[in-house]
Design a protein around this ligand. Structure first.
Ligand SMILES: [Zn+2]
Ligand SMILES: [Zn+2]
Length: 238
């Protein structure tokens, strides 16, 4: 497009300029002001992006939407997320986003440590989560004193927010509130991670402790697990 250069050839400075322009536009849109995308595009082409065409900048903006969408962060409505890029460019776009404080990568990094996971979940639960997390198709087994799995904090936070304090197994309110004011529910993987279940929102439910124990220890645990698929529409049997 335009210069004949490949999209991978964008320099870090160019990617940062694109991210900077994007975040500026996003702030305008989020504040309810009218966004003039063509004007902002022109400004970028008068600066660091002088070698880029209007079309290639527009496409870059959609790449940035893709990365924000993957993090359940709001993106500019007019820049529909484009198909995923190769890991190399996607990584460089994320680095530019981090450099511009668009998000904190630590908040999203999967962890096998329960305490760490819950600290991340707590932070993510307090922000607006747009769309649905991509999750982890094949959670990586990590060896410690016992086997455990790398888990996506975004998936757990999203499932808890969806449940909104009501157990997805029995429909009752969570039994109590935590000191931080949030309702206490546990997130269970309907097909257990140990049985190669995914860490996707289509395999995770928020349950009260009774329903959670029932899933693991009751004589009717299989029937109860099966009933979750009818009760919770987003679940998909694996
Ligand atoms: Zn319950
Ligand atoms: Zn469980």
């Amino acid at each position: 497009m335009g210069t004949g250069k490949k999209s991978e050839d964008w320099s870090d400075a160019e990617l940062e300029a694109a991210v900077d322009g994007y975040l500026k536009m996003l702030a305008i849109e989020r504040s309810g002001q009218k966004l003039n995308k063509a004007h902002e595009n022109r400004l970028l082409r008068e600066g660091v992006l002088r070698e880029r065409s209007k079309g290639s900048i527009e496409y870059r903006m959609r790449n940035i939407s893709t990365e924000l969408n993957d993090l359940c962060l709001p993106y500019i409505v007019g820049y529909v997320p484009a198909a995923h890029l190769g890991a190399g460019v996607a990584h460089r776009i994320r680095a530019a986003m981090i450099a511009k404080d668009a998000f904190n990568p630590d908040d999203y990094a999967p962890t096998a440590n329960d305490q760490e996971l819950n600290a991340k979940v707590l932070k993510l639960e307090q922000q607006e989560l747009v769309g649905t997390p991509r999750g982890i198709e094949k959670p990586q087994r990590v060896s410690g004193t016992t086997y455990t799995f790398l888990r996506d904090p975004l998936v757990k936070a999203w499932v808890l927010k969806q449940a909104n304090g009501v157990c997805e197994g029995c429909g009752q309110d969570a039994p109590f509130k935590q000191p931080n004011g949030l309702h206490f529910l546990e997130v269970h993987h309907v097909k257990h991670l140990a049985n190669d279940g995914t860490d996707l929102v289509t395999n995770a439910v928020a349950l009260c402790p009774n329903c959670h124990r029932r899933c693991h220890h009751s004589t009717d645990r299989e029937e109860f697990a099966a009933s979750l698929y009818t009760k919770v529409k987003r679940l998909k049997p694996e």
